[in-house]
Ligand binder design. Structure first.
Ligand code: FAD
Length: 400
């Protein structure tokens, strides 16, 4: 039996290895880029946050998020770590539950997968972009050249276009009658017109972000914020970005740059500084990033030169700005710039226990092309491993 896998990313490689566990299965991986796992190399800022030990209920989204449960239960974070260990990869868990390779290098993950695929019953075709799949003699003909008894679509989503994200999977599946939901960005930077962004470009800081829609709390996250010239980025933004600016209303990010300090503690410290010879520009020096400190005192409306000239009311204004800067959000970046695609091929047309199409027997899909996306923190790769393995095992099962 020949199994064609379209896409040599995270889910495609997991599917290939699972399918090849049946020695009678011949697996062919088609990857349009020059090498497999290109996007994986960029994950986790080059460290690859490959799973999360809390990868369970509530961490996934989609029109039917429960679709993901069966595959995630069958192959959970523990099983994933054991599987990687069996391939030769040591992993470490951070207190947040995020798991990384012990080497701290994403290429270790790609390398162990690449080496594992060097099996007699796996062929990897790189630089091979599949354009067309048609039914043929109870199986499928790929690009009019290669016959496969079964096909697994593991083409990923539209997100991360520079790293290979594309529409291909949705298009290939649509030819078999599989429709997709609207595709939206998730784990994405948020744009703003705030005038001080240029001055803060590149600044990274710890922050508690409250996203407010028409003044009502929509989402909250604590972590690293990064300013860019177009808006807000960094893990703390990715975590709360899903569905922000969807629908009418005013969307605001309320930023607390000192979440671990109370208003009183900060007021006391700044009042103490009014008895020094510090210029106002340096009032927050030693507390916040220098550029951020200067922008925040200006945003608080302070036009004085020396800290000693500040009144208690002005100190209160500064404290409120540091602990509650309001940045109006305009829209998210495009899905092509996002880390993950929210939405995808309707899961109601697939069997959650096998990832096989209910419309076309022998056709499977896994990974981001399906309408499942996870929270920030290793959840999306866990879905890729779990769904890829599920598709591969079942496609390979009936091989004779
Ligand atoms: C910058 C960035 C950082 C990220 N960091 C993390 C992280 O740390 N942790 C985490 O859990 N998730 C992370 N993600 C998300 C995660 O990488 C994806 O959810 C995951 O890779 C999806 O796996 P996949 O197999 O579905 O798709 P992909 O890994 O994108 O693989 C799809 C593959 O199919 C190929 N392909 C597409 N069409 C065709 C075709 N027609 N013919 C042949 N080949 C084709 C593509 O070239 C690609 O290699 C990150 C994403 C980005 C962009």
């Amino acid at each position: 039996m020949i199994i064609g896998i379209i896409g040599g990313g995270a889910s495609g490689m997991a599917a290939a290895l699972a399918a090849s566990e049946n020695p009678n299965a011949q697996v062919i991986v088609f990857e349009r880029q020059a090498r497999v796992g290109r996007k994986l190399l960029a994950t986790g800022n080059g460290r690859c946050n490959l799973t999360n030990t809390f990868a369970v209920y509530g961490a996934y989204h989609g029109e039917d998020a429960a679709f993901a449960d069966a595959a995630l239960e069958a192959f959970d974070a523990t099983a994933t770590r054991e599987w990687f260990r069996s391939l030769g990869l040591y992993t470490v868990e951070e207190p947040s539950g995020r798991v990384y390779p012990y080497s701290d290098q994403a290429n270790s993950v790609v390398d162990v997968l690449r080496f594992a695929m060097e099996r007699p019953n796996i062929t990897v075709n790189t630089g091979a972009e599949v354009q067309k799949i048609r039914p043929c003699d109870g199986g499928f003909m790929i690009d009019d050249t290669t016959f496969c008894h079964k096909v697994i679509i593991a083409c990923g989503g539209l997100a991360g276009q520079k790293l290979g994200g594309c529409m291909s999977g949705y298009k290939l599946l649509s030819k078999f009658g599989h429709r997709s939901t609207k595709l939206r960005p998730s784990l994405v930077q948020l744009k703003s017109n705030w005038g001080s962004l240029a001055a803060l470009k590149g600044v990274r800081t710890n922050c508690c972000v409250d996203i407010l829609k028409d003044g009502v709390l929509f989402a909250r996250s604590v972590g690293e914020l990064q300013f860019t010239d177009y808006g807000l980025s960094g893990p703390v933004i990715f975590e709360v970005s899903r569905d922000v600016c969807c629908g009418a209303g005013e969307w605001v990010a309320n930023l607390d740059f000192l979440p671990h300090f109370s208003y009183d503690e900060l007021t006391e410290e700044l009042l103490r500084r009014t008895h020094t010879s510090l210029p106002v520009d340096e009032l927050l020096t030693g507390i916040l990033h220098n550029r951020l400190g200067r922008v925040l005192t200006k945003t608080a409306g302070i036009r004085k030169t020396m800290a000693s000239e500040l009144t208690e009311t002005e100190i209160t204004e500064i404290v409120y700005t540091v602990k509650g800067l309001e940045v109006v959000l305009t829209e998210p970046m495009n899905v092509a710039d996002a880390q993950v695609t929210a939405g995808g091929v309707y899961t109601k047309d697939f069997d959650p226990n096998t990832m096989e199409s209910k419309l076309v027997p022998g056709l499977y899909a896994c990974g981001e092309v399906l309408d499942i996306d996870g929270n920030c923190g290793g959840y999306n790769l866990q879905w890729a491993w779990s769904s890829g393995r599920c598709a591969g095992l079942h496609a390979g099962k009936e091989a004779k």
